[in-house]
Ligand binder design. Structure first.
Ligand code: ZN
Length: 172
């Protein structure tokens, strides 16, 4: 469910020097701000805080609605003989330029929220692509040899190219 912030309530305080805080109480964003902060500046800060809260909410909702961990475990068994050590795999928000990202060293995989609205077979490709980076961080022949075990890999690459910004997911 998208977050529905219905109102913003601003509480100005003389005690506050510089920082602005925002907390969601039911559907009201309660903002505490320094007494003398100019209105224009305050509105900018609030917009930033609101966006951050919305991103965090979206991230939590996505990870609740789709269990990427069990999907990755399934692919680990099916394509990698269950040999991969996946530390974590999660949707993230605020990763605009890349659809997927894998930390070879820590075994952490981050999938952009932009992937979440794509068809299942494309999402699966992205997961397999990032899992394969746990074998090798590059895009070598070995790498593509692994990824192409997924029958729809080429089609998924085509889909991502058509969508536009795809980072390294659609490299040849
Ligand atoms: Zn890659």
């Amino acid at each position: 469910m998208p977050l529905n912030i219905s109102a913003i309530k601003i509480l100005r305080s003389k005690k506050r020097r510089r920082s602005v805080s925002a907390r969601l109480v039911k559907y009201i964003l309660v903002v505490r701000a320094p007494e003398n902060m100019p209105e224009v500046r305050l509105q900018e800060v609030i917009a930033g805080l609101k966006a951050r809260i919305e991103r965090k909410h979206l991230k939590e909702e996505l990870n609740k609605s789709e269990n990427l961990t069990s999907r990755a475990e399934e692919f680990n068994r099916r394509y990698f003989e269950n040999k991969l050590k996946v530390n974590s795999i999660k949707y993230v928000t605020g990763q605009e330029s890349k659809f997927g990202c894998c930390n070879f060293r820590t075994g952490s995989i981050r999938i952009s929220h932009r992937i979440s609205s794509m068809p299942q077979w494309v999402r699966d490709y992205v997961i397999i692509h990032e899992l394969a980076h746990l074998v090798t961080p590059d895009h070598s022949q070995v790498f593509w040899g692994i990824v192409n075990r997924y029958k729809l890999a080429e089609r998924a690459k085509g889909y991502l190219i058509a969508v536009g910004s795809f980072g390294d997911l659609a490299e040849a």
